[in-house]
Design a protein around this ligand. Structure first.
Ligand SMILES: [Zn+2]
Length: 310
């Protein structure tokens, strides 16, 4: 297993072949846990790098946010979950929206994005981390699409998309759907997932109305610009979706999801979440992975790292 607790420069010497960027401790597994398990079974070195895992010095979360900010407990959950999947991990230590200004008083405000991308405090540093990863030949990155408009998810997705556009790294920077994308309203709001939607009678929420309503409430709370407003060129790219069947690896994913106990109980409990996820997999045919491309007629090619870099 790849465990990257060394300094950044050391850890970059030991990057996995495949790195999933996860805004919070659980997002990559919720969105692509079966794909991770399959890639590991195929003999690939896979790691999940979770972005928002840091607490500012002296900061104390409001009681209602303690379930999200109890990182010591969540680190243990992450270790157990990724151990089940056979993936390594790294915690990047950025501070999430809960800690920044203006203060948020309830969790629904977390689904509000700022007027200007300049307000994303960590955007440049996250993008730099992704750039450094891409400098390593042979590394493939999976980033979240930022569906659902959660501030932290949008910040990671925007950083990845900025790098995608700058480096033209279309074959090496792919995107998985955030858990929020299982809600139809959230899908319709996002510039990529609105291309693939289903009627209300197929909704995953029928498997668990409690989970479905929670996600719909989040979708209704979304305010502020979408990613394509911050970075209009991403809407001009050609986006295609690949269904990654979950197959026998659905069990491993669900077992891993169950390890994120603190978050699973906040969503409604594992029984409900399991039913919900299984219906979502059945509806989608598996987990949905997106990649961008440009029109070949435009003449753009992927930029390779400079030849003197290792
Ligand atoms: Zn999240």
């Amino acid at each position: 297993m790849l465990v990257t607790s060394e300094s950044e420069s050391d850890s970059l010497k030991h990057v996995a072949e495949i790195v999933f960027l996860s805004p919070h401790l659980d997002d990559a597994v919720l969105g692509a846990g079966a794909l991770i398990a399959r890639q590991v079974a195929e003999g690939k070195k896979v790691a999940v790098w979770t972005v928002f895992t840091g607490t500012p010095p002296g900061a104390r979360p409001r009681a209602r946010f303690r379930v999200f900010c109890s990182y010591d407990e969540r680190f243990q959950e992450d270790e157990r979950a990724l151990s089940l999947l056979g993936a390594g991990y790294r915690w990047l230590g950025f501070g999430e929206r809960i800690w920044s200004e203006p203060p948020v008083s309830n969790s629904m405000q977390l689904f509000r994005t700022p007027k200007s991308a300049a307000s994303f405090e960590n955007l440049a540093a996250i993008a730099e981390t992704i750039e450094k990863l891409l400098d390593h030949q042979g590394v493939t990155i999976y980033a979240p699409l930022g569906v659902g408009n959660h501030y932290d998810h949008v910040e990671v997705a925007l950083a990845a998309l900025k790098v995608l556009c700058a480096r033209r790294a279309f074959s090496r920077l792919l995107f998985y759907e955030d858990f929020y994308a299982t809600d139809a309203a959230a899908r319709r709001r996002h510039f990529v997932t609105r291309r693939l939607t289903w009627g209300p009678f197929k909704a995953s929420g029928w498997a668990s109305p409690a989970v479905g309503l929670l996600l719909r409430f989040g979708a209704w709370s979304a305010r502020g610009p979408g990613i394509d407003t911050y970075l209009p060129e991403v809407a001009c790219l050609s986006w295609s979706c690949k269904v990654e069947p979950v197959g026998e690896f659905e069990v491993a994913k669900l077992d891993a999801v169950a390890e994120y106990r603190s978050q699973v109980s906040a969503i409604g409990g594992f029984g409900k979440l399991k039913s919900y996820l299984r219906r979502a997999h059945a509806l989608h045919g598996g987990e949905l992975i997106w990649r961008a491309d440009v029109d070949e007629a435009a003449g753009s090619k992927e930029k390779q790292p400079p030849s003197n870099e290792k």
